[in-house]
Design a protein around this ligand. Structure first.
Ligand SMILES: Cc1ncc(COP(=O)(O)O)c(C=O)c1O
Length: 413
């Protein structure tokens, strides 16, 4: 076994381009364009990385912006909080929101937690989640179940029929239903949930609609304004390609008063020293507090700008094309079963598969430690599967190699 250290993952990185100059996209020679995109990512040469759904690499211009801001601020010993405004405008544009609706948080879990702890709910109030929710989306509600007696109900996401998800949510609704939260794209099998319809369903019933968008921002193009959900949280360090420990929480301007911030301090409001009354900020700053590094949101803004330069539709089309390319080679392997939707509105840029020939964790380890293919083992809901994420830096040749290596491993069992 080669082992992660043998891959030289820590020590060696490819010399990556630092400028985000990209050639014009030529549909006759798309590989020229995508090779230039790939060159922006300083990935270790031996690593074939298919786990953007777990953690996405940052491109060289993102790392350069983060480092430059950090150095400048440290040289002048400034926290630079006032510089976060530009990043707020960029992320608002990227997500289809108003800057006053954008809070910078550390990750999607924190954004989900702010909503779960901040909404005024009591014992017996009901929250509906999909049973494939990630711990970062589920645990915040499980904690409210422990602390406040909130009742959590779950439905299995329908991976075949978008409308089936509405039917399943409707079946769980009662007069006590206060919140429906779904993953915009589910973590275990990458189902793109019908969020426009779910948000509409909730609006018509006065139910709060929260989206856990950890897997969606940077994978698929969308506008929160168009979706019409009440709140949304995402990670910056997955599909967006932002620096580690970045995330965004969106809460609709006209409903922010319904999500009380739990942690507050400088920037979250103003204290009237005469009366001792705290006036909470009437925008998304209410969810931010204390000293931060603007290098994180500004690095995330650089990542958003890079995706905009590539084109959000093109980013998604590339991921989808690679999924199809990969599945065409994977599906014929004897014993392989593909669990993710492959076509239509439920299909995204991740594909999860399992095999009757070998447990998923064994296949995962063989692929990674012996061959450098980093996928993601899926043990959730006893799926016993492997998840493969396709993003802008992935190539058809890598997909071929992954499918061929998996086939070879399975053939030798
Ligand atoms: C749907 C979903 N929600 C939340 C998370 C947690 O993300 P973070 O670690 O950025 O909080 C993940 C991570 O994979 C996820 O897939």
């Amino acid at each position: 076994m080669m082992g992660a250290a043998g891959l030289g993952l820590a020590a060696r990185t490819a010399g990556a381009a630092t400028s985000a100059e990209l050639p014009a996209f030529d549909a006759a020679k798309p590989h020229v364009y995508w090779e230039a995109v790939r060159a922006l990512y300083p990935l270790a040469p031996d690593l074939k990385y298919f786990n953007t759904g777990g953690l996405g690499p940052a491109a060289a211009p993102v790392l350069a912006r983060t480092e430059e801001i950090t150095r400048r601020l440290q040289a002048n010993v400034e926290h630079g909080h006032d510089q976060m405004g530009g990043a707020r405008t960029t992320l608002a544009r990227f997500l289809g929101a108003d800057p006053a609706e954008i809070s910078f948080v550390r990750n999607a879990t924190e954004g989900n937690s702010i909503v779960a702890t901040g909404l005024k709910l009591g014992a017996g109030d009901e929250v509906i989640l999909e049973s494939h929710a990630h711990p970062g989306g589920w645990y915040p509600w499980a904690q409210q179940q422990r602390l406040r007696g909130v009742v959590v109900k779950t439905f299995e996401p329908d991976s075949k029929d978008p409308a089936g998800n509405i039917t399943r949510i409707r079946a769980l609704c009662t007069a006590r239903t206060r919140v429906v939260q779904v993953s915009h794209v589910t973590a275990p099998t990458g189902i793109v949930m019908p969020v426009d319809e779910i948000a509409r369903f909730c609006r018509e019933r006065g139910i709060w609609c929260h989206l856990d968008g950890a897997q969606s921002a940077g994978m698929i193009p969308f506008s929160l304004r168009t979706i019409g959900c009440d709140s949304f949280a995402t990670s910056g360090h997955k599909w967006m390609g932002g620096p580690l420990e970045t995330g965004v929480l969106y809460v609709r301007k006209d409903r922010q008063h319904e999500v009380a911030p739990v942690h507050v301090g400088s920037y979250s409001g103003e204290l009237d020293e005469a009366t001792g009354e705290l006036a909470i900020a009437n925008d998304a700053l209410r969810y931010e507090y204390g000293t931060r590094t603007p290098a994180a949101p500004l690095g995330l803004a650089a990542a958003a700008e890079l995706q905009e330069r590539i084109g959000r539709d093109r980013v998604f089309a590339h991921g989808r094309a690679l999924v199809k390319h990969f599945v065409a080679r994977l599906a014929p392997i004897p014993g392989v079963e593909v669990l993710s939707p492959l076509d239509g509105p439920l299909a995204g840029s991740m594909v999860t598969f399992r095999t009757s020939i070998m447990p998923h964790d064994v296949l995962f380890k063989r692929l990674f430690y012996s061959h450098g293919f980093r996928c993601r083992p899926v043990s959730e809901q006893k799926l016993n599967a492997l998840r493969v994420s396709m993003h802008v830096f992935n190539t058809p040749a890598e997909c071929d190699a992954l499918a061929e290596t998996a086939a070879d491993i399975l053939r030798r069992v």
